[in-house]
Design a protein around this ligand. Structure first.
Ligand SMILES: [Zn+2]
Length: 235
């Protein structure tokens, strides 16, 4: 059975039925991608095409803490003490999450695992059939992120190279003359975020590659081409 492809050839979200598009043999998937690689957009499209729910351990942790579940109370102890939440606590959260009805066919993990021990613990509780790694050269990510600026009045987003204002120094949408740049959108900060990402993910990439389930996707292309490659990899 084939996975449905997005039917709309536009950068907007494809409208695809989420039922019965699940490929046989596919179970949970793990999504990797550095900041600025367009992972969020692709995550949404994978969910639309496969019907797998997205599982973000960061979101789950915050939800468990605010709901005061036993795991949440346990996690809060560590967070209040300024410590990392132990892997076992996260694994317990995932165990509960994958018992929910919408996770019957698997889930899409985003932001987890981050280490090989976490990947091993995850393998004990669920089958990961595909790891999708969206890769974009670092210097391209720096270009994408660093050129961004927004109108201080209406929030319209521009980019030095890709989408400048049509009249220099004037917002196309509202005519405003003031613009903002995020302080952490400078090249040095972006490079150090990327370096941290590579250091963290390369042992994991090797580990998943040794299992034969690691798929590198070239993320430096049009959004639809990236989606098509991901869906091909998931077949
Ligand atoms: Zn404006």
């Amino acid at each position: 059975m084939a996975i449905l492809r997005p039917s709309v050839v536009s950068p907007t979200r494809p409208t695809v039925k989420t039922e019965a598009v699940y490929a046989r043999g596919m179970e949970s998937i793990v999504l990797f991608g550095p900041p600025g690689a367009g992972k969020g957009t692709q995550a949404q499209r994978i969910m639309d095409s496969t019907g797998l729910p997205q599982v973000s351990t960061g979101d789950m942790l915050r939800a468990a803490v605010s709901a005061g579940t036993p795991t949440g109370i346990e996690a809060k102890k560590y967070m209040d003490a300024g410590q990392l939440v132990p892997d076992q606590v996260i694994i317990d959260l995932i165990k509960d999450r994958i018992k929910e009805p919408d996770a019957k066919k698997g889930v899409m993990f985003d932001g987890f695992p981050r280490t090989v021990p976490q990947a091993e613990a995850l393998a004990d509780i669920t089958t990961v059939s595909h790891v999708i790694s969206i890769e974009v050269p670092d210097e391209r990510i720096v270009d994408r992120i660093c050129g961004r600026y927004t109108c201080a009045v209406c929030g319209a987003v521009y980019h030095d190279s890709f989408k400048p204002t049509s009249k220099d120094g004037t917002c196309d949408s509202c005519g405003g003359n003031e613009f903002k740049r995020r302080a952490d959108d400078n090249a040095e900060t972006v490079m150090s975020r990327l370096e941290a990402y590579h250091n963290q993910t390369s042992p994991l990439a090797d580990w998943y590659d040794s299992k034969g389930i690691f798929h590198v996707i070239n993320g430096d292309r049009a959004i639809n081409l990236i989606t098509n490659d991901i869906l091909d990899a998931l077949k």
